[in-house]
Design a protein around this ligand. Structure first.
Ligand code: HEM
Length: 343
């Protein structure tokens, strides 16, 4: 598989773009014409070929530029990456999982040579060739979680499992939909989900936690979540709200198709072998309304989902201010015809 990596930005001049292939493989999240929260969890790494669902950790045309964007965010605010002292072993587990998965899924891009605990890691797209001792953090330039997640697209939370709960005790969070690792670090599953509307009454979090606590090694699963973002910005954090919040007011009926992005999170769940921690990668995919609507069934369906979404969800997801404009724009792609179930 050959991937041509885009040279693009996710801030300032926003030169991000999706190639026609990236649009075709976009993980469109709606399998029906309406949307409500649910425990939408299914097995991961099950194809179809070429989609983000076919590999453990998807690498796409945005890889190199996304990693550059992460480095900028970390330089400005190192607290986007934190690991409580008892999570170092989970960091090594994650490093091993990501390295071995990338080598298996992309042998032309990554190499891992192991001789006992002496490891050599080659990341060709990023020009990295490092030798280190597995489980000895002094041999890496960063802690193990930070080292590997500076080379893997998407955010990563590492959850410690104890007292019948999951605790957000480590993470690399630089492309989050308006939540803060620095605020959530050390919280449990119910505490960090407290701001979400409706889902608590629907008992979604009780059921989801029960499922997650029982995820077994080698039986990883996934779910999709979505929201909306103005401009292709990865770092929409509360810390930086003053930078991206005002951009919501720059949307007009003329530019809404280009400026308004659907932001889809492919979330996966992995049990880690030594630490028994749960890894929770959150991979963000961005596509604007214009590109999405080039697939007729997506334009039609997105119109109906956004039009009929409960107000609390549009408020929480932060696009209530532009919702009418989005619906007006998408209406042109909705011929009123039937849509079949499924993506
Ligand atoms: C939102 C973390 C698993 C459902 C969130 C938020 C965080 C988060 C930080 C943002 C809350 C805020 O507004 O501050 C996690 C972590 C998980 C996990 C670390 C894994 C351990 C799940 C699962 C479900 C779920 C399994 C399943 C049903 C939701 C929903 C939202 C949410 C519905 C609101 C999203 C939106 O409307 O955009 N999660 N979550 N989460 N989470 Fe989770």
């Amino acid at each position: 598989m050959t991937i041509r990596f885009n040279d693009e930005t996710f801030r300032d001049d926003y030169t991000f773009y999706n190639s026609p292939e990236a649009i075709q493989r976009f993980p469109f999240p709606f399998d029906r014409d309406d949307y409500m929260y649910s425990v939408n969890i299914e097995p991961h790494k099950t194809g179809p070929k070429g989609t983000p669902f076919d590999v453990a950790f998807d690498v796409d045309e945005h890889y190199v530029s996304e990693m550059r964007d992460r480095a900028i965010t970390l330089e400005q605010d190192p607290k986007r990456c934190q690991s409580l002292p008892h999570m170092e072993l989970a960091g090594w587990d994650l490093l091993e999982l990501i390295m071995t998965s990338k080598v298996a899924d992309y042998p032309d891009l990554f190499e891992l040579h192991r001789d006992g605990n002496s490891w050599r890691w080659i990341n060709k797209p990023m020009g990295i060739d490092d030798s280190f001792t597995f489980l000895d953090a002094s041999t890496l330039p960063y802690g193990p979680m930070e080292y590997i997640t500076r080379q893997a697209q998407g955010d990563f939370a590492l959850l410690d499992q104890r007292d019948d709960n999951l605790w957000m005790d480590a993470g690399m969070i630089t492309s989050q939909a308006d939540w803060s690792l620095d605020f959530d670090i050390g919280m449990n599953f119910f505490e960090w989900h407290a701001p979400v509307p409706k889902a608590h009454e629907m008992k979604i979090f009780q059921r989801a936690l029960k499922f997650l606590m029982n995820v077994q090694q080698g039986a990883q699963s996934r779910r999709l979540n979505w929201t909306m973002t103005v401009n292709p910005r990865l770092d929409t954090s509360p810390e930086n709200y003053h930078l991206w919040g005002p951009e919501k007011r720059t949307v007009t009926p003329e530019n809404v198709g280009q400026k308004q992005y659907l932001r889809v999170e492919l979330q996966t769940f992995w049990r880690l072998p030594r630490s028994n921690a749960l890894a929770f990668p959150i991979r963000c995919y961005l596509a604007n309304l214009q590109d999405l609507s080039s697939v007729p069934k997506w334009g039609r369906r997105l119109h109906r989902v956004i039009r009929d979404l409960p107000d609390e969800l549009a408020d929480y997801k932060g696009f209530a201010v532009n919702r009418a404009m989005i619906i007006d724009y998408l209406a042109q792609f909705d011929d009123g015809g039937e849509t079949s179930p499924g993506i």
